[in-house]
Write a new protein. Structure first.
Length: 98
């Protein structure tokens, strides 16, 4: 295996660990502050990128729960299950490509 291939494998492994361990996921308090518009531009920009652009399934569900709780609507338990299934499916597909 040449250096370029080894670097690609390492990059994929690091990315997988990063997603599985949710290293970049902001704390729930930051998500709540973002939903409420209470974050400064830097942290708010990161949370917006994480939720809207990167579309983190866990944080997207948590943001939905926060919004629904603010509106007084009950949070469906199936939403968390669907996000978990989606994340596992994408991880599985990523591993199969190796």
């Amino acid at each position: 295996m040449d250096r370029e291939q080894r670097d690609l494998v390492l990059e994929q492994d690091v990315g997988l660990i990063w997603r599985e361990e949710r290293v970049s996921c902001p704390h729930e308090d930051l998500l709540r502050a973002w939903v409420e518009g209470g974050l400064e531009a830097g942290p708010g920009g990161f949370v917006a990128f994480h939720v809207e652009t990167a579309r983190c399934p866990w944080c997207s569900v948590k943001v939905q729960e926060i919004r629904e709780a603010r509106e007084g609507r009950p949070v469906p338990e199936k939403a968390v299950e669907k996000a978990t299934e989606k994340a596992l499916r994408s991880t599985f597909l990523g591993l199969r490509r190796k």
